[in-house]
Structure formats: structure tokens, C-alpha cells
Design a binder for this molecule. Structure first.
Ligand code: GRF
Length: 201
């Protein structure tokens, strides 16, 4: 399968997806990396790793940006879109086109602590365990079907930054693994729907 990774910043989850894809038994390759921020550090990293990057029109014009993104994904023959620290609300028409084929990673055990500052929220709630979630992206923020989670212990004295740093280590292992699993699942769906199509004929 050909995966596009969308980033806005550092791109450490993007890097984890790229490195995992180098294993012989990895079921996907990172076909393209795109960002809404032309100066995202992750783009430099992707380029250095030999992964094609899409230079898109300014994200200030939302319609133009997502139209450009759609063309770039089509040109790269992408099957699935993986958001990795992509800090933009995605318009409904784009989501509709990629329904069931767009995933995200969020650094909390969803449905707990959706949105921004999940680590702060976790600490404020006095929780002992947090983690990360890979989920399908739907119109409602951080609310699509959960595909996989990993738990991470909260330590006494943790700050949002120390917690984020530890959760990130777990994210890097979770994301490629769950993406691979999900691609296996969707391949089965494709096979079944193709068979159903053949039978219907
Ligand atoms: C990660 O914690 C991810 O879960 C969240 O944003 C952060 C992105 O970090 N959505 P990076 O750009 O992948 O390093």
C-alpha cells in the first residue's frame, strides 16, 4: 500500500513510519510527505531520507490547499493518508473522499482528552495511566473508530513535557504497527467487496 503522511512540524511520527517501512515485511511504503507549513522540519527529514515531498500552495487559502493536496495524493497513487502532527481541521469534502482511509495518532487514551493539551488534561485529572491512540479520522475531532492504543504510566513529578516525551516513544512503536494491521484489514475488505461485485455480476 502507498501511504501519504501529513505533518505540520517536527515529524517524529512521520520518521517512525518511514523507518518501519524499511522492514521487508512492512505492508506499506511512504509514497509522499506533505505539510501545511512549508518550513516544517519534518519535510527536511523526509527529503534527506529520500521520500518524495509535496510542495503545496499556501495553507492560507484552505480550499486551494486541500485541492492541491488531493492532486498530490492522486499523483502519488496514495491508498491511505496518515496524519502525524497535522494541525489543521480537514474539510468535510476531503474527509468524504478519504473516508475509512485517513488515520491519525493522538497522544492520549481516547476518548479521554481529545483536542489540544491532552497531557496537561491527564495530569490535571490526576490519572496514573495515559497513552496514545491511532484512530480513523471523521468530521468530529479525535472521535473516529479506535484502531489501536498503547498505555504509558504517569510518573510522580511528570510535567506535560516529560509525559509528552515518554508517550512519544510509545507513539513511534504504535503507529507503524497499527497502520500495518489496519491495511491488512482493509485489504480483506477490498477482497470481499470485489468478490461481492463479481457475484453480483
Ligand atoms: C504527537 O504527539 C502526535 O500524537 C500529536 O502531535 C505530535 C506530533 O509530533 N498529534 P511529531 O511531529 O510526530 O514529532
Amino acid at each position: 500500500s502507498r501511504v501519504a503522511v501529513l505533518i505540520s512540524g517536527r515529524g517524529s511520527n512521520m520518521a517512525a513510519l518511514i523507518y518501519a517501512a524499511r522492514a521487508d515485511d512492512c505492508p506499506y511504503e511512504v509514497a509522499v510527505v506533505a505539510s501545511d507549513k512549508p518550513d516544517a522540519p519534518g519535510l527536511v527529514l523526509a527529503e534527506a531520507e529520500g521520500v518524495p515531498i509535496a510542495r503545496l500552495p499556501s495553507a492560507k487559502d484552505k480550499t486551494q490547499f486541500f485541492a492541491g493536496l488531493q492532486s498530490a495524493l492522486e499523483a502519488a497513487g496514495v491508498d491511505l493518508v496518515a496524519l502525524a502532527g497535522f494541525m489543521r481541521i480537514i474539510p468535510d469534502d476531503f474527509l468524504a473522499r478519504w473516508e475509512g482511509r485517513i488515520v491519525n495518532i493522538h497522544p492520549s487514551l481516547l476518548p479521554r482528552h481529545k483536542g489540544l493539551k491532552p497531557h496537561q488534561a491527564c495530569l490535571d485529572a490526576g490519572e496514573r495511566i495515559t497513552g496514545a491512540t491511532v484512530h480513523l479520522v471523521t468530521a468530529e475531532l479525535d472521535s473516529g473508530e479506535t484502531l489501536g492504543q498503547v498505555q504509558v504510566a504517569v510518573l510522580p513529578g511528570d510535567t506535560p513535557d516529560t509525559l509528552a516525551e515518554r508517550v512519544l516513544v510509545a507513539e513511534h512503536q504504535l503507529y507503524p504497527r497499527i497502520l500495518g494491521q489496519y491495511l491488512g484489514r482493509t485489504r480483506d475488505f477490498d477482497w470481499i467487496s470485489n468478490k461481492v461485485g463479481e457475484l453480483a455480476l
